[in-house]
Design a protein around this ligand. Structure first.
Ligand code: TXA
Ligand code: MG
Length: 343
């Protein structure tokens, strides 16, 4: 466990970063913060390192990893070509929470891409992540540093809870800023397709690149997803989570009904719903502050595991701006369970 102050200059030369990068060079794996969530990083050119990542996470090996770089120029070493649309997105959003899928040129470990003809690449906007990538001198494959199926880690403590004893170490750079993962876009054709909503919103993308489409698998349950990670259950706390789409009174009724059945009820709500009946209340902040909701989301989902609740009722959000990513994660945590006032 290395603690670093992300605000100091020349991080790359610091002993903690050098040591962490040294492990990556030896094909071992270390966790570190990015602006979205903590990642579990390993040498993207090494089958051995990639095996260690999949093992530590307990992740199905048909689900490919994101390759992290520290300078834009690194991209062309791993892909066949960069489309003009991809180029626009890179200029606008890198470094930042946008992952771009392009055809690869075979230079990386096949295990990173799970045998697909494409690779997902991103350049994180976090001083610790870029210092580690630069100090290793390697492309760094890094999925979120959680056990597969658990909420992604937004603090070093979350990483330790899930992966202690399974990895070489964790660089603690404090809590992450965005709180949900990067947006994944397919740029292998002229059209830009969102495979996973995340820190860069559809509205942000459209301002720069014109109309973008969304992978139908994100909205229609029975379609095969293009992004392999989207087909697994994710982010789930131990107790079943149910989305409640309705006003405060409707929400309170549902919580009260469950309590009358003798259940211990957890509620995941915004400040506007404060005081609804509950045995454990976790608040995400004001409904109007979607960045704050995103930042707190995973820590809140994890926090329910410290309390014995039998069921969790969660509020829904409008699907504009960051609400798209928030609702995508909440729906996955709920496994599709939703109670709606309109029915
Ligand atoms: O914010 C993030 O993106 C974090 C931080 C650590 O950078 N990383 C992350 O990685 O969320 P991971 O492995 O948990 O999620 C990667 C997503 C998965 O949904 C995966 O299926 C998709 O990207 N993906 C990776 N390679 C792909 C490819 N070649 N084609 C389509 N989807 C791909
Ligand atoms: Mg993940």
């Amino acid at each position: 466990h290395w603690v670093v102050d992300k605000s100091v200059g020349n991080l790359e030369a610091s002993p903690q970063i050098q040591e962490a990068a040294g492990f990556i060079k030896q094909n071992k794996v270390v966790a570190f913060p990015t602006e979205t969530v903590y990642g579990l990083g390993g040498n993207a050119e090494s089958d051995e390192a990639i095996d260690l990542i999949f093992q530590a996470k307990g992740r199905p090996s048909d689900n490919p990893l994101i390759v992290h770089i520290a300078e834009k120029e690194q991209l062309c070493r791993y892909v066949r070509s960069v489309s003009s649309q991809a180029d626009k997105l890179i200029e606008a959003f890198w470094p930042g929470p946008l992952t771009i899928v392009l055809e690869h040129n075979g230079e990386l470990s096949e295990k990173v891409t799970a045998g697909l003809p494409t690779v997902a690449v991103r350049m994180p906007d976090h001083p610790v992540a870029s210092a580690i990538i630069k100090a290793s001198g390697l492309p760094v494959a890094a999925p979120s540093a959680n056990r597969s199926g658990r909420p992604s880690p937004t603090t070093a403590a979350h990483v330790t809870d899930d992966l202690h004893g399974l990895i070489a170490g964790v660089v603690d750079g404090g809590p992450t800023g965005v709180g949900v993962e990067s947006t994944v876009v397919d740029c292998t054709n002229d059209e830009i397709v969102i495979l996973r909503p995340g820190g860069i919103t559809k509205e942000d993308l459209e301002k720069v690149a014109g109309p973008v489409t969304t992978d139908p698998a994100l909205v229609e349950e029975d379609q095969a997803p293009v992004s392999p990670g989207m087909k697994y259950t994710h982010y789930a706390p131990h107790a079943p989570l149910i989305l409640v789409d309705g006003d405060r009174r409707f929400f309170a009724e549902k919580a009260e009904e469950a309590r009358r059945e003798g259940k211990k009820v957890g509620v995941l709500i915004t400040d506007e719903y404060e005081g609804v009946p509950a045995d454990k209340e976790i608040r995400l902040g004001p409904a109007g502050d979607l960045p704050a909701v995103a930042r707190r989301l995973y820590d809140s989902l994890r926090a329910f595991n410290q309390n014995e609740v039998d069921v969790i009722f969660a509020q829904v959000f409008p699907e504009t701006e960051l609400g798209g990513a928030i609702m995508n994660r909440l729906r996955k945590a709920a496994g599709g369970k939703i109670i709606s006032q309109k029915e």
